[in-house]
Ligand binder design. Structure first.
Ligand code: CO
Ligand code: ZN
Length: 340
């Protein structure tokens, strides 16, 4: 799981440019899925059919987004400095001094016009990317080129740090859940649901891929697997989520209220299987679940969240045990019929 997470987090994939990430996922899931397709917006949809038919079969869509935040070049000046804007929630405080890499392989460092107050929060509009060029003519970057943070994956015991843990951790959890369900099936276990494992695009720019994928699939139930910021660092927001205390059952974020039936299903399954879990009320942000919930005539939706520190920085931190417990909880939920 760690190796796959390392590969995925070190892969380039800002919103709209998820191709390299999709390629890695496709290789992993192909042996386990009954059907695989890619929709018009690039979301990768892997289906696991139910063992038996019947009216109790629920169509369940699980979503984790492939894309990450990034930047896009908006202007190159005569000295070759690249001005840029955000792709998704790229914040000034995390961007200054960062290293980025463009899709064509060009590395760059982010500089700032002039630091007057060392502790002020600089806006992206006063930053530029230095790609080592000396003029506009020799710049390897053109207006419209996108870049992502570049940072190697590091291990600190059970704590893992990388860029794009949001949401490659969710991607890994879905891949491992699909693998676990296939294994159970091979050992004689049944699959009561019609499962759609969806690796969505463009979440960071407004949950766009999840919307079109959910419309196409028309599920009965939608569950997003994404990260959630924690309240366990000095002077953080007053929130209960902590690293290493298990997956978080989402009650609320800024974009949605989870369906109480999904919340009960998650909590009861976790308690029965003795899987550590936490209750999540997130004061900001949202996930693909908000998009699934209001698609077509409406979908019963909820989210399972992986706690993460320093979200949307190039050093997002997670605890490996939270990923393992997320796989356990999802596998337990999806292995039994549900009546809702
Ligand atoms: Co995000
Ligand atoms: Zn996310």
């Amino acid at each position: 799981m760690k190796q796959l997470l390392k590969t995925l987090t070190e892969t380039f994939g800002p919103s709209g440019y998820e191709d390299a990430v999709r390629k890695v996922i496709l290789k992993e899931i192909k042996p386990f899925a009954d059907e695989v397709r890619v929709d018009a917006l690039g979301s990768l949809i892997a289906r696991k059919k139910p063992s038996k038919g019947g009216k109790d079969v629920k169509k369940i869509m699980l979503a984790a987004h492939m894309d990450e935040i990034g930047v896009i070049a908006s202007h190159i000046d005569k000295n070759g400095f690249v001005r840029f804007t955000n792709v998704g929630g790229t914040f000034g405080r995390y961007t200054l001094g960062a290293r980025v890499r463009f899709m064509n392989g060009t590395p760059g460092v982010v500089g700032y016009d002039r630091l007057e107050q060392m502790d002020s929060m600089p806006p992206l509009s006063k930053m530029y990317i230095d790609v080592g060029a000396t003029s506009k003519a020799d710049s390897p970057v053109k207006v419209g080129d996108v870049a992502a943070f570049e940072r190697p994956f590091v291990e600190m015991g059970d704590r893992l740090v990388a860029k794009s843990m949001d949401d490659r951790t969710g991607v890994v959890v879905l891949i491992e859940t699909l693998r676990a369900i296939t294994l159970r099936q091979a050992q004689g276990g049944s699959t009561p649901h019609d499962l759609y494992f969806v690796f969505t695009t463009q979440e960071e720019v407004g949950t766009r891929g999840a919307g079109t994928a959910a419309f196409g699939i028309d599920p009965d139930i939608g569950i997003a697997v994404d990260v959630t910021p924690t309240g366990d660092t000095p002077a953080s927001l007053k929130m209960t989520m902590e690293l290493g205390k298990g997956p978080c059952v989402k009650f609320r974020d800024a974009g949605m209220l989870s369906d109480p039936r999904i919340i009960d299903w998650m909590i009861q399954t976790a308690e029965k299987a003795k899987i550590p879990h936490q209750r999540e009320v997130l004061l900001l942000g949202s996930t693909d679940a908000k998009e699934m919930q209001i698609t077509r005539a409406g979908v019963m939706a909820g989210a399972l969240s992986i706690p993460v520190r320093y979200v949307h920085s190039s050093s997002e931190m997670v605890d490996i045990n939270d990923l393992k417990n997320s796989v356990k909880l999802l596998t337990a939920m999806l292995s039994k019929p549900v009546s809702m």
